[in-house]
Design a protein around this ligand. Structure first.
Ligand code: TRP
Length: 334
């Protein structure tokens, strides 16, 4: 594609301020991919509508997420970063794709069944069409590679089938079959040490949290449950605090804590204090960049508008080809 680089597309629902799990899983990967690919990253606000209870925070959540992406190093000079609904062609493509999607495929998807289990009182039409809209996201930009967690694999396979059905039905090659690039997510557990870090479980540390908030949250982390008294030796292998040390502390310090915990040389309180200090130190550059961007939200919106303008150029071209392939009469603006 541009500069002969392979085009990457990924999207994330605007869940507001991102936590360490999002950072170590998706966001760092987004930043890394910019080195080798032409990247398009979308904040998928329309997808968010399928499950949110209220839209009152939607705009703010988009901004907070954009701030975290920018602070982490998503670079609008290199990549396109935009809000999904700012390129409404995606909804048009979604409708056109929906005609080649058998209903049964949608109701069979494990991701759909899971959502029905989670929100039995709100099984709306949009929820069923979620994977069609996601396919439209990817196909509108003719993305070749889609970095997502393994939980999204059924959606990617679905998108590939949509391409084959569409191209076969209209005897065309316009849509491109995307490949999945599975993001290997380090298992980041929440403060409870039992569940994956997640906003809905309220067990998270936000990347943007200040030092003191981070410290307080780290102090609440669950450690080796067998270690009750200070004098009991601990087992770092089952301790969530230790897993975080492995992500945020130097090799020497990890080694030392591993050794000292096992002989009760270091207590959990000290171990956590050191972890909080290391998390804060390693996130400081990101947090300071974030503070600077947050002072000028208008500038962040401009970055997103500019991203949408660039994305729209690609989208318009694809839609013209799609209309021609289907045989839809072309309006004079095209
Ligand atoms: N469904 C994805 C998720 O929940 C978000 C998403 C929407 C997406 N559109 C996309 C991911 C396109 C990759 C490509 O994580």
């Amino acid at each position: 594609m541009e500069n002969g680089k392979i085009r990457v597309f990924s999207g994330a629902r605007p869940t507001g301020r991102q936590h360490l799990g999002n950072y170590l899983g998706a966001i760092q990967n987004y930043v890394e991919l910019q080195k080798s690919y032409e990247c398009i990253y979308s904040i998928v606000d329309i997808h968010a509508l399928t499950t949110v209870e209220t839209t009152k925070d939607l705009k703010q959540n988009c901004l907070e997420m954009a701030l975290d992406w920018l602070a982490a190093g998503v670079d609008p000079e290199k990549s396109i970063m935009f809000i999904q609904s700012h390129v409404p062609q995606v909804m048009e493509l979604h409708t056109m794709l929906s005609m080649v999607v058998p209903m049964g495929k949608l109701t069979d998807l494990p991701t759909f069944k899971e959502k029905v289990r989670m929100h039995p009182q709100n099984v709306n039409y949009g929820l069923l069409g979620y994977p069609v809209l996601m396919s439209a996201d990817i196909l509108l930009y003719k993305a070749e590679l889609v970095p997502v967690g393994i939980d999204q694999a059924p959606h990617l396979e679905f998108a590939r089938e949509v391409v084959r059905s569409f191209n076969f039905r209209y005897n065309t090659q316009v849509l491109v079959e995307p490949q999945i690039k599975v993001t290997t997510v380090p298992k980041v557990m929440g403060l409870d040490g039992v569940n994956k870090m997640s906003k809905s479980l309220n067990n998270e540390i936000e990347i943007a949290a200040d030092d003191e908030t981070t410290r307080k949250l780290v102090m609440t982390m669950v450690t080796d449950p067998q270690r009750i008294r200070r004098t009991d030796p601990g087992d770092p292998d089952v301790c969530n605090v230790f897993s975080f040390h492995k992500m945020f502390s130097s090799d020497e310090e990890v080694e030392e804590i591993n050794r000292e915990c096992r002989i009760a040389g270091i207590g959990c309180v000290d171990c956590k204090k050191r972890l909080a200090k290391n998390i804060n130190a390693s996130l400081e550059p990101l947090r300071s960049r974030r503070r600077k961007f947050a002072e000028k939200p208008d500038q962040v919106w401009e970055i997103l508008y500019d991203g949408a303008d660039r994305a729209r150029k690609i989208a318009d071209q694809t839609m013209l080809e799609v209309r021609e392939a289907i045989g839809i009469p072309i309006y004079r603006e095209f």
